[in-house]
Ligand binder design. Structure first.
Ligand code: GRG
Length: 296
């Protein structure tokens, strides 16, 4: 039986699919292949957890959905770009993503690089569009925070550490920082965006930041656990890759059982930061539990 959280997550996914299909229309011109690859990557499913976090955090401040949905679509575009590039032969070299051939397998490497690039720039185009928010200050703040989250001090920096760090030199502190940058920074932006759209007070912003800090780490530890325990069929991508490659992960450093305990502790801790919002934040509380209980 679908619970309130499951229903809200499914409805977010439906909303975002529709929004993305409109933002990336079909095109039969000379750029047809680029459009096809962008739609292929952006409309291939996915949990839409980051979009959910944007919408739910914005809902705390009664932000009109017309604004939060566009920001939620933008964050999913960035996420899809990161997955396309991460799957490339020069990075993780994966053949399967969300149960389908990766973009470079379905099309070719040039198209994968270009479609990732175009998804990223489309995200910024959306954030800077007055349709997303009438206030130029809000738009600049969204653009500035997203660029910080995904650039050298965020996702790309974390991805670089992940590719070039020698696994023997990685301890818990290093892996924590690496994952905070690689996966955590974009997840943090999701709730930061809700706070920006909602003109949150400093304590409210701080609470959401602390929540996503813990949630992002719990999400990544759960991902490491799923790499060991999940099936490729359920997850729609290859599993055991990190183990086979001898990569340092939370599981390799802490052991499976301690990693589970740590993830659970972080999810519980994430929830405590939401006290300031009362029952309005219940769906965000459920998201913390979902992060560690999910099978995909
Ligand atoms: C290539 C610049 C660049 C960055 C890539 C985030 C990232 C950095 C790579 C993603 C690779 C990966 C599998 C990371 C582990 C955590 C993660 C982001 C999992 C996928 O996110 P989900 O589970 O995916 O939210 P869905 O398909 O549900 O959207």
């Amino acid at each position: 039986m679908e619970n309130d959280f499951g229903k809200a997550l499914r409805q977010t996914a439906e909303l975002i699919d529709k929004e993305l299909a409109e933002l990336i229309p079909e095109n039969n011109g000379p750029e047809k292949q680029l459009y096809e690859a962008m739609r292929y990557a952006a409309l291939a499913g996915g949990k839409r957890l980051r979009a959910f976090l944007v919408i739910q955090s914005a809902d705390l401040f009664s932000v009109p959905r017309i604004h939060s949905t566009r920001v939620a679509a933008a964050i999913e575009l960035v996420h899809c770009y990161s997955l396309i590039h991460d799957d490339l032969p020069c990075m993780d070299d994966d053949d399967l993503r969300r149960g389908l051939p990766t973009v470079h397998k379905k099309f070719d490497e040039a198209t994968a690089v270009l479609s990732g690039d175009a998804l990223q720039s489309l995200a910024f185009e959306i954030l800077s569009d007055p349709l997303t928010h009438p206030s130029p200050e809000v738009r600049v703040s969204l653009v500035s925070c997203l660029s910080h989250a995904i650039g050298l001090r965020g996702m790309v920096g974390g991805q670089t550490m992940d590719i070039y760090a020698n696994s023997k030199d990685i301890d818990i502190q290093t892996i924590t920082r690496l994952q905070q940058l690689k996966t955590g920074a974009l997840i943090s932006f999701a709730c930061e965006a809700g706070a920006i759209l909602g003109h949150a007070s400093p304590p409210q912003r701080h609470a959401l930041k602390a929540y996503t800090h813990d949630l992002g780490l719990a999400f990544q530890i759960a991902d490491d656990i799923l790499d060991i325990e999940g099936s490729a069929e359920e997850m729609g991508k290859a599993t055991q890759k990190d183990t086979d490659a001898g990569k340092a992960t939370f599981v390799s450093l802490m052991g499976l059982e301690d990693a589970k305990i740590h993830a659970s502790m972080l999810a519980d801790q994430a929830v405590t930061h939401l006290d300031i919002f009362g029952p309005k934040a219940d769906l965000l509380r459920h998201a913390a539990a979902f992060t560690i209980e999910r099978r995909i």
